[in-house]
Design a protein around this ligand. Structure first.
Ligand code: SF4
Ligand code: SF4
Length: 370
């Protein structure tokens, strides 16, 4: 394992971090973690040098933090840093901050959280939760009490909001952004990455595989990638290549994924990609962008829909139009038309979507096309 310094925290983190949001589950139920399998998997990562576990209040329907609490038993607490996040949407008054934080301590079974982040900060949550309910002074108090070691934020919004958040508060030591060879000028993008690093913030990258889309890209995208590396290795190397990146997070669900990613992390170096490699990835992005109608990562933050629309499934099927046309889509999801038509335009999903997809309008397009 290689280690890099996480900005002004000064902490040496493993180049690969374990994201605890796509763990093995029982009977396809995303909320029910297959704990025996998952504990073995995460500890396999730790035994091979991973020193950072990333969880959140909502992952796996609220079960991920308690799961991490089990992983770090048997002497593993001393081997890893624990990161979790404040669910800003649940902060409805000043008192909520400490209440939620204490619940997280109890779920994790710890008395201190190493890295604590505002979850998915955006312009709305910054103005209407963080500033309105004095979240930062509350977190500073917890830090003074030794219950938080380092404070940061994860981010999903536009570049100008990213800069505003960084410039508004000098207590942040690190941030977590979506970055991969497709999203170079989306959300924070390369400019945001460079901006955060220039201010001394450690940068952690999430979605290096764009919700798995870059692990098995469409054959037209894959055809652009050199055969000397797998699509996953090209995607991860693109992130590790950047000097501003301390660590990338991967939500690994199988032993194969863990072993593959460990072997890639073992070789990860800043500046490892040539000019030709970078041009190749930019070419792959061009093809990807032509085919990706809806930039849905399948994160399911929008779910459940009160009207029963299977939003990520509908979008996944819709994106397949570019692969196999309307007929293929109808074969995969025969009920897609009915499903998109259920939307009552309540807007709940759009508020939750970190990719800011115009879900209502896109569902309307799906309905019209089918
Ligand atoms: S806007 Fe439509 S798809 Fe979104 S949550 Fe409401 S009913 Fe469901
Ligand atoms: S529509 Fe948005 S919130 Fe829903 S799964 Fe896709 S990216 Fe996630």
């Amino acid at each position: 394992m290689r280690y890099r310094t996480l900005g002004k925290t000064g902490v040496e983190v493993s180049a690969l971090g374990f994201g605890c949001m796509r763990l093995p589950v029982i009977d396809g139920d995303g909320d029910r973690i297959d704990e025996a399998k998952a504990v073995e998997l995460v500890r396999r990562g730790i035994d091979n040098g991973i020193n950072y576990l990333d969880t959140a209040f909502f992952y796996h329907g609220g079960n991920s933090e308690a799961f991490v609490g089990k992983v770090i038993k048997d002497g593993y607490r001393e081997k890893v840093y624990i990161a979790t996040k404040l669910p800003l949407g649940n902060v409805n008054c000043e008192e909520d901050v400490e209440k939620i934080f204490n619940e997280q301590l109890s779920r994790l079974g710890v008395d201190c959280i190493d890295f604590y982040l505002l979850h998915a900060a955006n312009n709305d949550s910054w103005e209407n939760r963080v500033l309105k309910f004095n979240v930062l002074p509350k977190l500073e108090k917890l830090k003074e009490q030794g219950k938080i070691k380092h404070l940061g934020f994860s981010f999903h919004d536009d570049l100008d909001v990213f800069k505003k958040i960084i410039d508004s508060y000098d207590g942040f030591e690190f941030c977590q952004i979506q970055f991969n060879y497709i999203d170079v000028d989306y959300q924070a993008g390369i400019e945001g990455l460079e901006y955060a690093a220039s201010k001394g913030l450690g940068v952690i990258v999430m979605e290096p595989l764009l919700g798995g889309k870059l692990a098995s890209p469409h054959e037209k995208v894959a055809a652009k990638l050199g055969s000397e590396k797998t699509p996953v290795e090209w995607a991860l190397d693109f992130v590790w290549n950047r000097p501003e990146v301390a660590m990338l997070l991967s939500g690994m669900g199988t032993t194969q994924m863990v072993d593959d990613n460990l072997s890639y992390a073992d070789k990860a170096e800043v500046g490892m990609l040539s000019k030709e490699n970078l041009e190749m990835l930019s070419d792959a992005k061009r093809v990807f962008d032509e085919m990706n109608l809806v930039p849905c990562t399948g994160c399911e933050y929008c779910m459940p829909c009160p009207a029963g629309v299977l939003i990520p499934k509908v979008f996944s099927a819709f994106n397949k139009i570019t692969e196999g046309g309307r007929r293929l889509v109808k074969e995969i999801f025969p009920d897609i038309e009915t499903n998109a038509s259920l939307c009552q335009k309540c807007g709940k999903c759009e508020k939750a979507c970190p990719q800011h997809i115009g879900i209502i309008e896109t569902l309307r397009k799906v309905r019209n096309q089918f």
